[in-house]
Design a protein around this ligand. Structure first.
Ligand code: GLN
Length: 547
């Protein structure tokens, strides 16, 4: 039976609960334990798949095709444990399940209520895979006191009572604000937040206190006394230079020790922190730097491309360089002088995206990279843009475009070199889709295999001709144009195993020009950078030496 750690937040949002959970997961692994991390989100969307990246940041996709919160990305990057559909749940999903059961008559005529029907559903979810790991870490989204979070807090309270004594602990993250005028850190908001938690029956075992200033011993003792936790369970969490310092930093202030103490595990197994020392060292001591321009639509919000910026950082660690990112808004850029705006960057990346807005800018970026032999990495929509660019400017299809844009505009303006996928094969079943389908959860999602052409650049980078990568797309490059594009030098070097769906294109006669229909960034880890990001950053380093 697993031990459970419930992670909650108070005082303000955006305290870094996801990161703290991920780092704790890594520290428990370093002590030899197996872990799984889960996110319970109180919002009413069934999943974040339909939310705008402006609202909610990136949508993280799992191998088994779940569209999840970006915190699952942190979990994977820190623990290397592949997240699953069953690691992410929202109120929307819980209520959908409960209401489906009610319609089927599963509740045998009972009145359906938040307690016990909704809470039971949440508890069943928390329990999934209980036998597989030593520790299950469950993070509750939002802040204690939020109306929509209440059923989740009630569920974890009940859950800890259902399990044998000592099987569950509660870790609460708060903020200690600093008052400049009096030169003091204030503990009152934390006290109130703990009071709120205790009023719903949850007594935290560990307090993690975010603070921009050193927390004096006196304040720690006060927090322990007023919040009813042990003094060494008040863990200071200071701002970090890089998120990859988190495991070492949290270890140094005793977080993992406090967790093991709370479970009464003694003696605690010694941690092996070699991996994190190496990661931290690579972050802090780069030998140089490169700058990659990301031409995208959601550039005002860094979280919208979280996994991509992290994967670039991982590629940088491998090559021992710091990777700076210049965010370029594709839409603004459409009206600018391309050569002027893009000159001087060591590489260009066009990320995934939806809808027509900004796409002409992305196509111009692909063209600039191709013509000037600057490393280019097109991801999902970024690959489609590279194909449209080559179709227009090399293959002579002047009105080449994507059906996505015509569907959006409601009229036909383009020759669809990128078309709406109607069916594809998943394992041994065929999945069918129509343009009129619901938007939620209907894309080609999750891990699919691809076969690479032996001798191609990507086969060389991966070191194999058979790969599996995660997808999230509705549109696809049409193989009808393959021969014409390949004649112009844009070869289809990766295809779905049945040969029907283009997965990768690359330009021959260019130092590094690759487009992929999938999202390689989702599988990159600081201790195991994704091969494509490793090689892309290497190409950027080479480019930086040319200028
Ligand atoms: N909008 C494109 C599609 O659905 C690309 C999706 C993406 O970049 N994730 O195919």
């Amino acid at each position: 039976m697993a031990r459970y750690i419930f992670i909650t937040g108070g005082v303000v949002s955006s305290l870094g609960k996801g990161l703290a959970s991920a780092a704790l997961g890594a520290l428990l692994q370093a002590r030899g334990y197996s872990v799984r991390l889960r996110k319970l989100d109180p919002y009413l969307n069934v999943d974040p798949g339909t939310m705008s990246p402006f609202e909610h940041g990136e949508v993280f996709v799992t191998d088994d095709g779940a569209e999840t919160d970006l915190d699952l990305g942190h979990y994977e990057r820190f623990t290397g444990v592949a997240a699953r559909q069953t690691d992410s749940i929202s109120s929307g999903r819980v209520y959908t399940t409960v209401l489906e059961k009610e319609r089927r008559g599963d509740y045998l005529g009972k009145t359906i209520q938040v307690i016990p029907h909704v809470t039971n559903e949440i508890k069943d979810f928390i329990n999934i895979g209980d036998e597989e790991v030593d520790f299950m870490l469950c993070e509750i989204g939002g802040t204690v006191g939020d109306i929509e979070g209440l059923p989740f807090f009630e569920s974890i309270r009940q859950f800890s009572q259902d399990k044998p004594r000592g099987q569950c602990i509660f870790m609460h993250l708060t903020l200690l604000p600093y008052l400049k005028a009096s030169g003091e850190l204030k503990t009152k908001p934390t006290q109130h937040s703990v009071k709120e938690l205790r009023s719903i029956g949850i007594a935290p075992d560990i307090l993690v206190c975010r603070s921009e200033h050193d927390i004096p011993e006196k304040e720690r003792a006060k927090l322990a006394l007023f919040c009813n936790v042990r003094p060494d369970a008040v863990i200071p969490a200071y701002d970090l230079e890089t998120i990859y310092d988190a495991p070492l930093a949290y270890h140094n202030v005793g977080m993992d020790q406090a967790v093991l103490d709370a479970f009464g595990i003694s003696p605690a197994p010694k941690p092996d922190l070699t991996i994190w020392k190496d990661v931290s060292d690579r972050m802090h001591k780069p030998d140089g730097e490169v700058t990659v321009a990301i031409v995208g639509k959601y550039t005002q919000l860094g979280d919208a491309y979280k996994s991509i910026s992290e994967a670039l950082t991982h590629g940088g660690m491998f090559n021992r360089v710091k990777v700076n990112v210049a965010w370029i808004d594709a839409e603004v850029f459409e009206g600018e002088d391309v050569a002027n705006r893009l000159a001087g960057y060591d590489a260009i990346l066009v990320p995934g995206g939806f809808g027509e807005r900004g796409t002409e800018g992305k196509i111009k970026a692909a063209q600039f990279a191709r013509e000037n032999k600057i490393p280019y990495f097109g991801i999902c929509l970024g690959m489609q843009m590279a194909v449209i660019e080559a179709a227009r400017n090399l293959a002579g299809i002047a009105d080449a475009g994507s059906e996505e844009f015509d569907h959006e505009a409601g009229k036909k303006r383009f020759e669809p070199v990128v078309y709406h996928l109607k069916e594809w094969v998943e394992g041994n079943r065929t999945i069918e889709r129509a343009v009129s389908d619901d938007k939620g959860g209907t894309m080609r999602l999750g891990a699919y295999n691809a076969t690479l052409t032996a001798g191609s650049k990507v086969a060389e980078i991966y070191g194999t001709t058979s790969i599996s990568e995660r997808h999230r797309h509705r549109y696809e490059v049409d193989t009808k144009y393959r021969a014409r594009l390949e004649k112009c030098g844009l070869i289809f070097s990766g295809m779905s195993p049945d040969g029907k769906l283009p997965e990768i294109v690359e330009l021959v006669d260019h130092p590094w020009y690759i487009g992929v229909q999938y999202h390689p960034e989702l599988k990159s880890k600081p201790f195991a950078p994704h091969p494509l990001f490793r090689d892309f950053v290497k190409a950027a380093v080479e480019q930086s030496r040319l200028v």
